[in-house]
Structures are given as C-alpha cells and as structure tokens.
Design a binder for this molecule. Structure first.
Ligand code: MRU
Length: 335
C-alpha cells in the first residue's frame, strides 16, 4: 500500500516523500534534509500536484528553520521555495502559512516548533479536506458512471485520498460501480504512471487512453462525466494540467458534465488569469522519452505544463464546503 505522499520524520527531522518519478516501476521513499534538495525534488517532479506542493512548502519552511542560523536565512529559503514552481497557488500558500508562524516567533527554537506544527496541521487538513470533497462529489456520481480524468489528482497529488480521484474513491466506498478513463497526460505521463497505478492499487477499474483519444471516447459515450483537479482557480477560470482545456471544450460539445474537484486552498479569486504565470518546462521532456530520443534535437519546442479553462466550460466546482457553480463561487466571493 502507498504510504502518505509526504510526511515529516520526527526522529531525523527530514521530509520523507514518495519519489513519483520512479512510479509505477519502483516505490521508493526519498528524504530531503535541506531546502535546496527539496526545491530540486519539486522541480524534478519527484513531488508534484497542487495540494502536495502546498504541504511540501510548509514542511520546507520547517526544514529551513532547522538548518538556519538566523531569521534572514529562513526568509531567503522561503523566497526560493515559494517560486520553485509558479502555477499552483498551493506552494506559495503553504510557504506563507508556515512563514506567518515563523515571523510571530521570538526565537529560532520557537520558530522551529511553530513551523513544524503548522506544516503537520496542513498535512492533516489536506486529508480531511479531501474526504469532504469526496463526500460531496460522490453524490454527483451514479452507479456505472465512467469518469474521464487527466493528470493525477489523486492521493499522489495530495497527502492522501485525492481530490478528483477522492470523489471516485468516495463513490466506490458508497458501493457505486465507477470506472475511470485516465488520459496518459503527455509529456510526463502522470495519468499512466500515477493515476492508473494508484487506482489499481485500490482495486478501482481504470482504462488508460492517450490524450488524443479523449474526443473519441466522448463521441462514443464511453464516459459520462469528466472530473479534474485544479492548480489555481481564479476569477475567470482555472489552471490545470495541459490538456484540461481541450477536455472542457470537448465535454461542452458532447454535453457531458465537467467538474473540478479542488480544496479552497487552490482558490485565488482575487486574481485574473492574465496575472498567473504558466510554467514552461524543458524542451527535453518532448525530445526524449525515458532517455530515448524521440524528436530531432534541434526542433523548436513549446512545453507549457498547464492550461487555462474559462468558467463558462465548468459545470461545477467540488470543494470541501460544498458544490458550487462558477456563478455561485463568484457570488460567494462578492459577499
Ligand atoms: O505538473 P503536476 O503533475 O504538478 O500537475 C498536477 C495537476 O495538474 C493536478 O491536476 C493538480 O495539481 C491538481 S492535484 C489534486
């Protein structure tokens, strides 16, 4: 069984995380004992997924307090950490939550205790939040629904249980028969490597498709709902793994409900889409596959890790506080 995606080792004061680059072939736990190695792990996607990044940010601040000689050292580490990946709001949210506790502390000793306490609290909140999202979302699923998803918005993207896949898990726990259609999610294959893996681990039926098959499976009514996660929900739409926007357009065309399952910590409704940086990743991710060259080395490459889907394509957001249409969400914000 998968351990928690990320946790703190109290004996050694290091972060332990499942190395997601090795899955599904090997399940190995990686240890990070300093902020630089954590930043490297984040950039290399050893840990990924918005909620898991949030918790990594908070534990990273705790780690910084253990290694720092001054508060300025912690501030510097926090700055580097919060921008390690720019699109998911959770990373900077996790860093700033732990930093608030650090800034209120009178000594580094106190800062250590406070930052670690906050990070552990965030980790527990993540699990409870996902269970709530699952509880609400499960009501939207009917027996024999086939759910299309992209990337991995499961336990591996969180501390445990998952958001989009948490909804599926909760429906299955209620006795509903659900099958997931998982887009493989090029170029880094979070769908085939992680979503397929964790669902099979739990005995939940899953069918793997390439990203380009999603239109056809909708046309053939092989899927009845789409549920995805979110890296950041803003006032005019949301950001998620590249390919999400295409699924939303296709779902609208085929009249298939399109849901976004996300904790409120992924909501940044003060911002509009134009203000959010979309991470552009290395060209090598498209030129090589598992170390094998699959494109001319001198070809130009465009490799955005995320795309933007406007609210008009979203049926509803599934959160830990309930299910909201985009209009209801914006109304809540105005209140
Ligand atoms: O690049 P990744 O793997 O970090 O992208 C992850 C996603 O796009 C997820 O769908 C999102 O973070 C939500 S996870 C609950």
């Amino acid at each position: 069984m998968l351990p928690r995606t990320i946790e703190w080792d109290d004996e050694r004061n290091v972060i332990k995380m499942v190395d997601q680059t090795l899955l599904p072939a090997r399940l190995e736990v990686l240890e990070c004992g300093d902020v630089d190695s954590l930043i490297k792990a984040i950039k290399e996607m050893k840990i990924r997924g918005a909620p898991a990044l949030g918790v990594a940010g908070a534990f990273g601040v705790a780690l910084a307090t253990f290694n720092a000689n001054s508060f300025e050292d912690v501030e510097e580490a926090a700055r580097k950490l919060s921008t390690a990946r720019p699109t998911a709001v959770n990373l900077s949210y996790g860093v700033s939550r732990a930093m608030q506790r650090v800034r209120a502390a009178k000594s580094l000793e106190e800062a250590r205790r406070a930052a670690l306490e906050e990070a552990k609290k965030m980790a527990e909140e993540d699990v409870a939040t996902n269970r709530k999202i699952g509880e609400y979302g499960a009501n939207l699923l009917e027996d024999d629904d086939n759910v299309l998803t992209i990337c991995n918005a499961g336990k591996l993207a969180c501390v445990d249980y998952g958001t989009a896949l948490g909804v599926v898990r909760a429906a299955v726990e209620k006795g509903k028969r659900i099958r997931v259609f998982a887009c493989e999610t090029r170029p880094l294959n979070q769908g085939s490597r992680l979503t397929a893996f964790e669902l099979l681990e739990d005995g939940i039926p899953v069918t793997l498709i390439t990203d380009s098959m999603s239109g056809f499976v909708m046309q053939r009514r092989l899927v009845s709902k789409v549920i995805v996660g979110a890296d950041r929900v803003v006032s005019d739409g949301f950001f998620n793994k590249i390919g999400t926007y295409s699924l939303a357009v296709l779902a609208k065309h085929h009249n298939i409900p399109f849901y976004v399952a996300a904790p409120l910590s992924s909501f940044d409704l003060e911002k509009r889409s134009g203000e959010v940086e979309i991470e552009i990743r290395s060209a090598d991710e498209l030129k090589f596959f598992c170390g094998v060259q699959i494109a001319p080395l001198d070809v130009d490459v465009y490799n955005p890790a995320f795309d933007f889907t406007p609210h008009e394509l979203v049926t509803a957001f599934i959160t830990e506080k309930g299910i909201f249409t985009p209009e209801e969400l914006l109304e809540l914000k105005r209140r």
